[in-house]
Design a protein around this ligand. Sequence first.
Ligand SMILES: NC(=O)c1ccc[n+]([C@@H]2O[C@H](COP(=O)([O-])OP(=O)(O)OC[C@H]3O[C@@H](n4cnc5c(N)ncnc54)[C@H](O)[C@@H]3O)[C@@H](O)[C@H]2O)c1
Length: 272
Amino acid sequence: MRLKDRIAVVTGGGGGLGEGICLCLAREGADVVVSDLKLELAEQTAAKVRDAGRRAWAVATDVRMADQVQDLIDLSLSEAGGLDILVCCAGVFGHAGRKPSDGPMTIESISEQDWDLTIDVNLKGVFLCNRAALPHFKKQKKGRIINISSVGGRKGVDFLAHYTASKAGVIVLTQAMAGNLAPYGVTANTVCPGIIWTPMWAQGVEVLSQTHEAFKGTDPEQVFNILVQSQIPLKRAQTPEDIGNAVVFLASDEASEITGQALNVCGGMAFN
Ligand SMILES: NC(=O)c1ccc[n+]([C@@H]2O[C@H](COP(=O)([O-])OP(=O)(O)OC[C@H]3O[C@@H](n4cnc5c(N)ncnc54)[C@H](O)[C@@H]3O)[C@@H](O)[C@H]2O)c1
């Protein structure tokens, strides 16, 4: 119970990683405001948090919209009664509109629309959430911000230039937040997950298996397994709990001297 009675807001809390993070926070005694673009997904996670014995709220928030983000923070302060931990996990993979006829994914084939959506959700969304929480954290003089990036934020990937650029942006944005908040005793850190089977990856490998010659006709789950075995030195995909455990650590008192850092949880995929 390292986070007993603390109040957390988790964006993207209805997604694969978001749900795992919410449940790990609840396991350690935190109450959770579960926010997602899709209310029904947030409600499903909130129900699981309540089953785990903690209070939970489900909120529909589009992290691209400053007014909705402000409403989320306000709801945490008024209805939940505070805000101690902010986890920004909402994200998109960036190839939402791709069809098999679009061919292999390359930098040339990243549409302006996909670029804008990816940067808006993955980077601007984190900025808006962090900014909205700043006045409260400065006043409270304690609190934790944990932004979810990716090992993709450590090194550019050609067909994911927009995604990897957005995730690199999250790492340096978090460093800027850490510097800003340090005088108030508030920390800000990033977690960089490797490869976890979630709806995002299910969509990603489907696109890969349809558009990349090497994967054509291969079952999406098989593509995922090939990637895990070829990319991860520890030879297994991470789980949402692996990421949730890292978030719990960074939110706990044990991590009070850690700020501005990016923690890879990726089975050795990246060392920087
Ligand atoms: N799955 C992985 O292997 C992996 C690896 C590295 C990083 N990540 C990052 O982890 C985070 C969660 O990814 P996931 O794999 O759980 O994906 P997911 O698709 O399961 O979850 C993402 C969630 O974000 C929500 N979302 C999308 N757009 C939103 C918006 N505009 N406003 C609010 N919510 C929005 C979705 O509804 C969804 O519930 C993302 O930031 C992703 O980039 C995932």
